[in-house]
Every structure is written in C-alpha cells, then in structure tokens.
Design a protein around this ligand. Sequence first.
Ligand code: ADP
Ligand code: GLC
Length: 482
Amino acid sequence: MMKVLFATSEAHPLAKTGGLADVSGSLPVALQDIGVDVRVLMPGYPSALAKAENLSRVFRIDLPTHGETALLRGTFPGTGVPVYLIDHAGYYGRDGLYQDQSAQDWPDNALRFGLLSQFAAWLAGSKSPLGFKADVLHCNDWQTGLAPAFLNFEKPPRPPSVFTIHNIAYQGIFPAAVVEKLGLPKESFSVDGMEYYGNLSFLKAGLVYADRITTVSPSYAKEIQTEEFGMGFQGLLSARKNVLSGILNGIDTQEWNPATDPHLYAPYSADNIAGKSANKLSLQGELGLQYNAKTPLLGMVSRMTEQKGSDVVIEAVPKLLELGVQLVVLGSGDQKLETTWRKLANANPGRIAVVIGYNEGLAHRIEAGADIFLMPSRFEPCGLNQMYSLRYGTPPVVNNVGGLADTVTHASQENLNQGEATGFVINFLDKYSLIETVSRALILYRHKLAWQKLLKNGMTRDFGWKKSAHQYLELYQDMCEG
Ligand code: ADP
Ligand code: GLC
C-alpha cells in the first residue's frame, strides 16, 4: 500500500482561506478511496484543534529554535482521513492563518512555516518517530517549501518528495538571517539553492529540492515556464520541465451538490432545474436586491486581489449596469478594493450587493442563485469557483488562462451546436472585453432553450477527483521507482 504524508498549511473543514484548503480536504479522501494510506500534516490552529475528531497526543518535544511543541493525531470530521496537527500555541494559537486582522503578514511566518516544513521532513524521513513510514512526501505551496530542502540534507535512505504549486505569486520570502535559525545548512543559501536575490525563498527551496514538481492544471504548468506567468521562476521551472507536470484539481462533489446542499434555499439538479430560480429570488431578498426573476444576476466570490480581476470588474460596473444586470460580490482582501466595492454598493442600492468578509454559506448561495458567475482572473493556477458554478448551473465568464482555460468551454456557435459549450471565455482581459463577453452571455440568456442547454452541459460535466487522484497515484508510483 502506497503511504503518503501530505503536508499543507490549510485543509477544509479544519482551516481555510482559499482553494488550497478545498484541495487538501478532498484530494486525500479521493486517494484513500483508491487505496492510498494518506495522512495530512498541518498546523494546529484553534479552528483545527476544535474541529478535528479523536484527537490524542503522539509526543511532545522541546526544539532548539521553536521551543515546546507537541504532535497530535486525529481525524477529519466526516471523512475519517488521519491528520497530524502541530500543537504550538505560540505560533498557531491566533485568529488568521497567515495574516492579522488588518491583512498584514504575521512577523514570525518564517518560524511558523519553518516548523511545519521541518516536521514534514522529519515525520516523512527515516528518523521519524511515527510508526508510519512514508513512501512519498507531498508538499503544497511555499509554507511547506523548506521540507524538500530539509529532506535533501538528511542522510539516505529518505523518501522522494513532490512539491505542488497552487499559486506561484506567494513565494515565502524572508531575510537571509532566518536560514541558520531554522536549522538549515549554510551551503543551502546559494543561487542554486534557496537564495533568491539575497533573501530566503521557501518557494524556491521547494522548487529546487523536490524530486518532482506539479501544479494544478496542465495549462498553468506551461504558463509558469514563461516570463508572463513565471513571476521570476520561469528559468528554474523551464530548467526542471522534465520533472514538472500539471494535474487538474477536482472538486468535492458531495459538498458542492445543488441537490443536497444544506446552505441553499431550495434543492435542484440538472434534471429538475426549477429550484434554481427560487434560490435566485431568495438571494435577492437576503441581500436587499430588487426582487425580480427576470433581471440577470451576476455573481462573484473571490479573494479581492490583483489575481482575481476584481479591479477590472469595478471598471466595467457602469456599463454592466447599463446592460440591466444586478451584481452580487462576496470577498475580502485588498482594502482599496473592499472600499471601492462598498462605495459602489452604497451608490447603487437594490442593484449591487457587496458583502465583505468570508462567508461559506453565502458563497454556496451565490453559486446557486446567480445567473452568471464572473471570474476574470489575470492568472489562475486552477480555480475551483468556476467548477462550482458550472455544477450549480451558473455559467462562468472567465479569462483564457490556466485552469479556467482547462475547465470552461466557450459558448461559440460551434461548441453550442455540438453540445460542448459550458461558459464564456475572454481572450484578452480588459474592461471592454469583459463587457463585450457579458453582453454576449446576456443575448444567450434571453434564449431560454439555448440557455438551459448551456446550464445542463456544465452541470453534467464530471469534475470529481477520481481521474486526478489516479494521476497522483501514478506519479507517486513513478517517484518510488526512481
Ligand atoms: P483561490 O484559492 O485562488 O482563492 P479557488 O477558486 O481555487 O481560488 O478557491 C477559492 C475557494 O475559497 C472556494 O472554495 C471559494 O468558495 C472560497 N472563497 C473565496 N472567498 C470566499 C469568501 N469571501 N467567502 C467564502 N468563501 C470564499
Ligand atoms: C490557489 C490558486 C487556485 C487553485 C487553488 C487550489 O489558491 O489560486 O487557482 O484552484 O490554489 O489548487
């Protein structure tokens, strides 16, 4: 039986800021289903300590830089997937996974995620105090980037490691001084190692020292080898392209199922779509929008950052309103974007509803209640929201990048005729092309039959994890064979 230690900084439902948590919560279940013994390792944030089940202490240790640390073992609620939580109240016992309330990174993030990385390498390596001997260490994003480095400097035998890039924009960059503090050998701090323009980059450590690199869609795997999307790492990634591959994320089709979703006002499915309009009317009521089944409702749920194109939507708002739509926006992040959205909502009561914050139930109700989902990301490693919206019969308007390009089929006449179309793809993102694409979507929206066909195409696509879980298993097997 293949044994995998899966190290991550967030996993739904224990702790979540974005898609990494969705993946870390559902990929292990899919791997377990195909016979992999996978165990998750993550920080013991207060929410994780509160929600994990069957918690018990495995050991306690006093570490040189980090001090007293304990390892707990438990299971994910609902799925029973084993999880190890690092119990270190000084590091993880606060609200906010990476940042404080005012969106400032915690000043000790290098230590917080240095400890996570160190534990990942230790628990997967030959000196592991666990009875579990991992065949593969699977790391995710910069927060676990030092783990392949720690492993690399251990004496063999040691298991191979794979590093998955969920988002190359987050690079874990810290002053050089932390290298020795974290217990890494001095020689690792070089151009060929984890040094990045005089600083330490956790991301670079993962990219340099992991045996394999994956990212979360085939298109993004190609894009990050280019200057436009590589964010400084295109050279390194091109040089390692033989060990780099893209495996598309799946979605949790139980959690995101409009027929059984407890967050919705009314259930519906591809065969019985009537309930969708009840969700729209109730959403309009919940958010104080004008109550009207005919007015097209555009929805957006995202972190408010450059990446997600929230600013492009803001620029397009006046024209979008002229097209006669309503708009609902849920998200948080960049304070300037938050403020602008709040102002737009105040200036357009009944037509624009903005909810700043993180609200899981509302995210589900927007996916269900909106007619069209907006996701004009500048780059998107995979993106899950567009897949949720497809499954909820809410065709997405997306930019032609990364996982968006790999999961949405444009409603061209040809694709419509062939029954393949699922959404609307913008080729060169700016406010004009966004407005034009939404206008085209609205034309189709008014053709009831064609629109229903489009919804059904998306709702019946298979976005489950099965195929991707098999691809990960093949990768693990390949790694173990050398
Ligand atoms: P990313 O990981 O880049 O943020 P994804 O589309 O992969 O983008 O995943 C985002 C996840 O976070 C989805 O599950 C989405 O529903 C959720 N999400 C994002 N912002 C919010 C919010 N403000 N409230 C609730 N859920 C949110
Ligand atoms: C990142 C990416 C997103 C991806 C998610 C899970 O946050 O921005 O595109 O879906 O990770 O892999």
